[in-house]
Design a binder for this molecule. Structure first.
Ligand SMILES: Cc1cc2nc3c(=O)[nH]c(=O)nc-3n(C[C@H](O)[C@H](O)[C@H](O)COP(=O)(O)O)c2cc1C
Length: 248
């Protein structure tokens, strides 16, 4: 197995949900943001805007709207990566160009751009000893999140990240294990795993024994059939249906 410091850090990174009081310094914040800017970006357009949520009241609102996760209010740094399909059209119009309205392709590209920038921020933070956690629930409560963040048309939340130094308990916590490569990599064509393979994949992910029939139903109830998951799908449907939320 090839090995170097980057690979070791990527492998060791785990989500951090409890932070020490120590702030993320201005220099560290700048380095994390700079790493985000340097991520690959479609056509070098940087199709995102990053909201640094510093207002404690707005943090609390976001903590509530994002499935009531208090760590959002408590984290030293909280960034929302917005898919921004507004900056370039405004520049086009400023240059006197007549343009079409932004469409779903523009939105998906901007979402990809935003998430790639966010992941660079995660990796940069990790290299500085600063942990992070994505908050997927930023996709929920579409109407209230848009209002709380005062989002203009053509701008949609793509990813939310909280950052801070891990407590000792978080450092000591074991990183959750992954599926083996054969479970997630296909050659040339997609192939469904057989049920037997699927069961073996979950056992391998658990590092040996896995009571598939006992453990999968509650996981499904919590993660897939849950209220938050249904709300995320409702909100995402609104984003896709109502995008670009008007044109100015
Ligand atoms: C798109 C996305 C959304 C996530 N949303 C949440 C979240 O809302 N709350 C949370 O505690 N963790 C969230 N996570 C973190 C995952 O739970 C975590 O990455 C996963 O359990 C694997 O653990 P690891 O990051 O420590 O390797 C999210 C991760 C991703 C990539």
């Amino acid at each position: 197995m090839v090995d170097n410091e980057t690979l070791r850090q990527l492998s060791a990174r785990k989500s951090v949900r409890v932070f020490t009081e120590e702030p993320v310094t201005a220099e560290e914040r700048a380095a994390i943001l700079e790493a985000a800017f340097q991520a690959p970006t479609a056509g070098n357009q940087q199709l995102y805007t990053i909201l640094d949520i510093t207002d404690p009241e707005l943090r609390r609102t976001m903590a509530d709207l994002c499935d009531h996760q208090p760590m959002i209010a408590q984290a030293p740094l909280c960034l929302v990566f917005l898919a921004d399909c507004r900056r370039w059209p405004r520049a086009y119009r400023a240059a006197g160009v007549e343009i079409r309205d932004p469409g779903p392709g523009d939105l998906l590209l901007a979402v990809a751009d935003s998430c790639i920038a966010a992941q660079n921020a995660v990796t940069a933070a990790e290299s500085l000893g600063i942990g992070s956690c994505y908050i997927g629930d930023v996709l929920e409560n579409c109407e209230a999140v848009r209002a709380a963040l005062h989002l203009p048309p053509q701008v949609v939340p793509a990813a939310m990240l909280i950052f801070g130094r891990p407590t000792q308990q978080q450092k000591d916590r074991k990183k959750p294990t992954r599926f083996p490569a054969e479970a997630v990599v296909c050659e040339n064509v997609y192939r469904d795993r057989t049920e037997e393979e699927l069961r073996a994949d979950f056992a391998a992910r658990a590092g040996g024994e896995y009571d598939f029939d006992a453990k999968i139903p509650p996981f499904c109830a919590f993660k897939y059939n849950s209220d938050f998951s249904r709300e995320m799908s409702r909100s995402a449907a609104v984003y896709l249906k109502d995008f670009p939320f008007g044109v100015e």
